[in-house]
Ligand binder design. Structure first.
Ligand SMILES: Cc1cc2nc3c(=O)[nH]c(=O)nc-3n(C[C@H](O)[C@H](O)[C@H](O)COP(=O)(O)OP(=O)(O)OC[C@H]3O[C@@H](n4cnc5c(N)ncnc54)[C@H](O)[C@@H]3O)c2cc1C
Length: 430
């Protein structure tokens, strides 16, 4: 039975705006226009961090790979990322336990940790210069109630064999200078320049024979075990498998209950005096709604982001930039009074997320040979790494039961009316 999947036309401009700070010392890999029709094992649609990680992994497995992007690879959502490479998922372990039970939730968290470790090894193996640095993360409570929840979360994490420890107010204040009720301090996260990482991974794939092609994919056609990738030109690409790595420009996969797109805002300050930064340049995030997160950069800037809301219209999102940046600056100053909050870069972008905080990875139902690699949420890049590993294993014929945790057709809670809804055990979200 032939089947078709239409792809949409969302451009980088509709996804991100403003002035992120990445890729200054990098070189965009050479990409060729589609002058002839191609045949290969795998066509990857999208050359952002997800497509780059998938391309690196699949070329390492010996597949012939074609990466197709209609704009400059990496300059979509990847360039807007603040690139905190965390294993702590948007949904706490406690929330995931409520949804899926302890064993499954613990397995998901441990796998997420293994992904950040795997990313670190990958960067080291290729000697990629992308300011990749291992970092501890500090997950801060905003009040007494939050402190109690963090203590329970830490106990659950201990039971799951996850690293870290709980800090109470006196230790937090004297050792780390944060005036908050409590926090969980965890090792095993990292930070990077996402654009340098993407371009370097694409370059590795190209050095192994991958083609990086400039074309817009309009549709996929599946028939008789062969996939045809239709483009905006007369040429077509034939492949045995297709990986969708199109970021927040998601094709017509019908899953509005599980997935939604919102908007997020971020700033980078002027460089700080090194002595004015917090201890160990940890990744910081607050257990607040809307949340606040902070990291530092190689040149001692502070990146602060958050203030996510339900805006989807790009012009409205852009018009909110000044007020959102003002709010983020105020919150930054409250959390870290030593900060010089003058802003050098401010930007915003579409931000996809799922109701359970987990990515959408695996076969696309009804489209034989087509795989989705959608690492949504604050762990987008960690999950992009997971997508590369999982799809590589699937193409090599290796299936594991836990792959179903990330399946597109999993039985997950639904977003009600696209509003922020806390997840609780047994409520009608299930
Ligand atoms: C403000 C902000 C902060 C963030 N912070 C973090 C963070 O700290 N940590 C983290 O892990 N994640 C973070 N994220 C999320 C992270 O940026 C994304 O998960 C990640 O960049 C997605 O990468 P991607 O390669 O899937 O998508 P993209 O980078 O958007 O790449 C997709 C590519 O596909 C191409 N494409 C799409 N459709 C077609 C088509 N039909 N034909 C040809 N090409 C096509 C596009 O041109 C694009 O280049 C943040 C996101 C935002 C907006």
């Amino acid at each position: 039975m032939p089947a078709d999947l239409e792809l949409n036309e969302t451009s980088h401009d509709a996804l991100v705006s403003g002035c992120p700070l990445w890729g200054k010392s990098g070189i965009l890999p050479a990409y060729q226009p589609l002058r002839q029709s191609f045949k290969g094992d795998i066509a990857i649609i999208g050359g952002g961090i997800t497509g780059a990680l998938v391309a690196e992994h699949l070329t390492a497995r010996g597949f012939s790979v074609i990466v197709i992007d209609r704009e400059q690879p990496g300059l979509g959502s990847t360039a807007a990322s603040t690139a905190m490479l965390q294993w702590e998922i948007d949904r706490t372990l406690g929330e995931l336990e409520n949804l899926y039970g302890f064993e499954r939730a613990a397995g998901i968290y441990r796998r997420s940790g293994a992904c950040v470790a795997g990313l670190a090894k990958l960067v080291a193996a290729h000697g990629i210069a992308c300011d990749f640095r291992p970092r501890n993360s500090l997950y801060l409570a905003v009040n007494h109630e939050g402190a109690r929840e963090l203590m329970e979360e830490r106990q659950l994490r201990r039971r799951a064999g996850l690293p870290g420890h709980y800090l109470e107010h006196p230790d937090l204040l004297t050792q780390y200078e944060f005036d908050r009720d409590a926090a969980i301090l965890s090792p095993g996260s990292a930070e990077a320049d996402p654009l340098l990482l993407t371009w370097a991974l694409l370059q590795v794939a190209i050095s192994r024979g991958a083609h990086l092609i400039h074309a817009s994919v309009t549709a996929l056609h599946s028939e008789g075990g062969r996939l045809t990738v239709m483009t905006d030109g007369p040429q077509v690409i034939e492949a045995r498998h297709v990986v969708l790595a199109t970021g927040y420009s998601m094709p017509g996969l019908d899953m509005p209950k599980l997935h939604r797109t919102r908007s997020s805002w971020a700033l980078a300050t002027v460089p700080q005096k090194p002595e004015d930064l917090w201890r160990d340049s940890m990744l910081l995030w607050e257990d607040s709604h809307p949340y606040l997160y902070l990291r530092t950069t190689a040149d001692n800037r502070i990146i602060a982001g958050g203030e996510d809301d339900d805006t989807v219209e790009p012009q409205l999102r852009d018009s909110k930039l000044p007020s959102k940046i003002m709010t983020i600056r105020e919150k930054l100053k409250r959390l870290w009074p030593k900060a010089d909050t003058r802003v050098d870069h401010a930007w915003c972008g579409a931000f996809g997320e799922t109701s359970d905080g987990l990515p959408l990875i695996g076969p696309v139902p009804g489209m034989n040979g087509v795989y989705a690699a959608y690492g949504y949420g604050g762990n987008g890049i960690t999950f992009s790494y997971l997508a590369a590993q999982m799809i590589g294993a699937m193409l090599a014929g290796m299936y594991r039961d836990w792959f179903d945790d990330f399946a597109l057709d999993r039985d997950a809670p639904v977003f009600r009316d696209f509003r922020e809804v806390p997840l609780q055990s047994g409520d009608e979200l299930r």
